[in-house]
Ligand binder design. Structure first.
Ligand code: NAD
Length: 266
């Protein structure tokens, strides 16, 4: 399978180049980043310290879609629309790791998925996907005497708050309570907020250092606290999942899938 990586010079992109190279089931078809990137013109493998592969990093995203069976995109939400168009024009499957989409951006992804196969996951790690299932299950069992709080910490350069994974954990917990997250989410507390509203799901975000991604779902009652915790130790957990998802797209019907579909957990 021919897999192209967009955003290849980024933190995730570099991991993805290594992971595509490691897999025997695929070959790198294209590696793309923005024209200002110092990576442009370099051999993609040499860029990440591997033996030369002959794929030169370029800013030509159109050619990348043409040359690939699947594209892995970990870039920025403001370019997703263009990538969705290219995906449909070329029949290229899309694995979307980018987070921070607006409501409109998410709706555009759903529309495009009527024609092409898209895997979109807020988090491609197996552990976090297990946590989604656990958060739903625990929220079904524990009633509103248990306040649900979601806490996340990421590196200082992350641009979206709260993290996509925190939102997805909130959605899972809200689902367990039979509610839509929008009805009960408590985001961005500051100042004299008044007491916590019973049944709400609160979010707190910390930023600092090089933290790859820590997430906790906290259930706090008058007399006990239960915490579900995941800490990412290595970005390889996301890149392995994303390459696995790309291979999985081959032969799948058009549609919008997530990592639970890929892992067969639902
Ligand atoms: P980063 O800033 O290190 O890398 C992003 C790269 O994309 C940069 O090299 C940038 O130049 C490039 N880029 C931006 N616009 C582009 C365009 N139009 N064409 C080509 N390249 C472009 O960021 P990162 O930490 O690698 O994260 C990237 C995205 O992935 C973020 O949205 C982040 O939240 C998300 N992420 C998702 C998961 C997951 O499992 N779903 C895991 C980690 C990060």
């Amino acid at each position: 399978m021919r897999i192209g990586v967009i955003g290849c010079a980024g933190r995730m992109g570099r991991e993805l180049l290594c992971e595509v190279q490691r897999s025997e089931k695929c070959e790198l078809s294209a590696a793309v980043d923005v024209k200002e990137s110092h990576s442009i013109g370099q051999d993609a493998n040499k860029f990440v310290g591997l033996p030369q592969c002959g794929v030169i990093i370029s800013d030509n995203v159109e050619e990348a879609f043409k040359a690939s069976d699947a594209i892995i995109d970990f870039t920025s939400p403001n370019v997703t629309q263009h990538h969705l168009e290219l995906s449909q024009e070329n029949g290229t499957n899309l694995v979307l790791g980018t987070t921070g989409h607006t409501e409109k951006g998410l709706a555009d992804i759903e529309i495009a998925a009527k024609k092409v196969t898209i895997v979109k996951a807020m988090n491609f790690s197996i552990g976090v996907n297990l946590l989604f299932g656990l958060a739903k299950q625990v929220s079904e069992i524990l009633n509103e005497d248990y306040d649900i709080e979601i806490m996340e910490m990421h590196h200082r350069n992350k641009v979206d708050v709260p993290s996509g994974t925190a939102i997805a954990l909130g959605e899972a917990a809200a689902k367990g309570r039979g509610k839509a997250l929008e009805e009960i989410a408590d985001r961005g507390r500051d100042g004299i907020t008044g007491a916590r509203k019973r049944g709400n799901i609160g979010f707190s975000s910390l930023r600092g250092g090089e933290v790859i991604g820590d997430h906790s779902v906290i259930y706090a009652s008058d007399s006990e606290i239960i915490e579900l915790v995941h800490k990412a130790g290595d970005r390889g957990i996301f890149s392995k999942g994303a390459v696995h998802a790309s291979l999985w797209t081959e032969g799948q019907k058009p549609g919008l899938y997530n990592m639970l579909d890929v892992l067969g957990l639902i």
